[in-house]
Write a protein of this length. Structure first.
Length: 565
């Protein structure tokens, strides 16, 4: 009995059942009569002898392996399982997949509804994967790493690949879906996610197209048009990272419906490495974001992209509150095509105690020009944090004028590790003297690498080193504390202040003064008496290395100080 008393009419959609099937042979026959149309197809590479993928949804599925054989799979749970098939000989196969889902795995460990991750035999895809793994009530499938690192996958992304989906998104829904698919080509379809409507979910577009260097054209303004609401953690983390083939400008309304308080990692590295994306950064790109900063919120957002023009004055106008760790780390780093001065009000809403890495590499290696605004960090008030200004302006050769005396005036308290390491490294266009009160608020025991390379390669800085520049620093030496601080500041003149390190006392540490004055051709070519008076166990090589490589020949073990030369 295949369909009770009813007539099985395949042509009109009346399908066979397994009612009263009581033998293995009958069950198998019934399975073969069940008609499941394939909705999604995978084309394999020519050398395919075996093919496998994983699936986790509960339901009934049919796999046509492309060689005249097929399997009907009845899944009674949502655990992840591997399905594979071996072919008699190598060849190109078109594998068809159809099915009807009853339930998805909602485990927080993230299990994909279906995944071909790392499968080197996937060469093409077609059809509607969302029709096979469709929305079930309020439950959505996850296409987590579905085509992850399928490096032989070529051709375009089908516009209707997820057409069968509808409703609100779920967490990690499209995380790493096409990650590393370097062979994909053509543009990203503007309707790819059009069926998804609702509030952002955590990590939902993390790495979706990351590393897809073959994708071309502009980012469609409608790509996320159905996503509206408060930002979620990691929602656009590395979404287009490394998509070096994408071109055009970033659409001003790409995130128009994302509104609310910032979330951690929300735009972390979103466009990083999109070297062909150009044009100006839209001033209204984040217009809907308002509230207290979140960790990693704009870390590397535009890093190493082709964006040009000036940084919009109101780009972060809605961000206000206490600094968060990594909030602007590398945001504009390596943006060589940026021009114009850094807007004085860019971070005007940021007010509160420093956070670690808060402005680390923010403008490093970028094309910004003009003077550094004196009130750029005016709202930051409190004790130093680790790595807070590490590489902030590193290699910004277009910056000009003097370093503002009040740039860090709100920072007060004990030193923190790497706090000003390489802050102005390579800013060869900066001129004038180093402000005597630049670090006036810093007081307390030295921290590791606290001023490592702070002014390194600032060849345009002139005048004498201020005698009280580090007056507040007192206590035992720390590893690398003044490593290369003034290295290659060739235009500095005069003698090294005798009391520059007067507050430092205690046992010597590794690299504490390594190359501190190295290549400083304009300085008096010897070390003042008692410069290191408070430091015990200081090896002669450490004294020599203070001046190396430029002045090593002027200092010997027998006569390390000026009065002895």
């Amino acid at each position: 009995i295949l369909n009770g008393d009813a007539i099985t009419d395949y042509g009109n959609g009346a399908f066979a059942t397994q009612y009263a099937a009581d033998t293995v042979a009958t069950i198998d026959a019934a399975d073969r009569l069940i008609k499941i149309e394939p909705k999604f197809w995978v084309t394999t590479t020519a050398d395919t002898t075996e093919f496998e993928f994983t699936m986790s949804a509960r339901g009934t599925f049919q796999i046509n392996w492309g060689d005249g054989t097929y399997d009907v799979i009845k899944r009674t749970d949502t655990t992840e399982e591997v399905y594979s098939h071996t072919y008699n000989a190598p060849g190109v196969r078109i594998i068809g997949i159809g099915g009807k889902v009853a339930e998805y795995n909602d485990n927080d460990d993230v299990v994909a509804a279906i995944s071909f991750a790392e499968n080197k035999n996937v060469s093409g895809i077609a059809g509607d994967l969302g029709a096979v793994f469709a929305t079930v009530g309020d439950s959505q499938p996850r296409f987590y790493q579905t085509f992850y690192n399928c490096k032989n996958l070529t051709g375009g992304i089908p516009a209707g690949l997820f057409a069968g989906l509808a409703g609100a998104p779920t967490g990690r829904m499209f995380q790493d879906t096409f990650y590393g698919c370097v062979g994909l080509s053509g543009g990203i379809p503007g309707t790819l996610f059009s069926g998804i409507q609702g509030a952002p979910a955590k990590w939902m577009f993390e790495g979706t197209f990351s590393g897809c260097s073959g994708l071309s054209g502009e980012i469609p303004v409608t790509l996320f048009s159905g996503i509206r609401g408060r930002p979620a953690v990691g929602v656009f983390f590395e979404t287009f990272s490394g998509c070096s083939g994408l071109s055009g400008s970033i659409p001003a309304n790409l995130f128009a419906e994302i509104r609310g308080v910032p979330a951690n990692h929300m735009f972390n590295s979103t466009f990083s490495g999109c070297t062909n994306i150009g044009g100006e950064i839209p001033e209204t790109l984040f217009a809907g974001i308002s509230g207290r900063p979140a960790e990693f919120m704009f870390r590397g957002t535009f890093s190493n992209t082709g964006v040009s023009g000036e940084i919009p004055h109101k780009l972060f106008v809605g961000i206000s509150g206490n600094p968060s760790p990594y909030m602007f780390t590398g945001t504009f780093s390596k943006c060589k095509n940026l021009t114009g001065a850094i807007p004085a009000t860019l971070f005007s809403g940021i007010a509160g105690a420093p956070a670690e890495y808060m402005f680390s590499s923010t403008f490093a290696n970028s094309g910004v020009t003009g003077q550094i605004p004196e009130n750029l960090f005016a709202g930051v008030q409190g004790a130093p944090a680790r790595w807070m200004f590490f590489e902030t302006f590193k290699d910004c050769t277009g910056l000009t004028g003097s370093i503002p005396a009040t740039l860090f005036s709100g920072i007060s308290g004990a030193p923190a590790a790497v706090m000003f390491s390489w802050t102005f490294y390579g800013c060869s266009g900066l001129t004038g003297s180093i402000p005597p009160n630049l670090f006036a608020g810093i007081s307390g025991a030295p921290a590791a690498s606290m001023f490592w390379g702070t002014f390194q390669d600032c060849a345009g800085l002139t005048g004498e080193i201020p005698a009280n520049l580090f007056a507040g620093i007192s206590g035992a030496p720390a590893v690398g504390m003044f490593n290369e601080t003034f290295y290659n500041c060739a235009s500095l003149t005069g003698a090294i202040p005798k009391k520059l390190f007067a507050g430092i006392s205690g046992a010597a540490q590794e690299n504490m003064f390594l190359y501190t004055f190295g290549m400083c051709a304009g300085l008096t070519q010897c070390l003042p008496d008692n410069l290191f008076a408070g430091i015990t166990d200081m090896d002669i090589n450490q004294i020599i290395n203070t001046y190396q490589p430029f002045y090593a020949t002027r200092i010997t073990a027998e006569a390390p100080m000026c009065s002895m030369l």
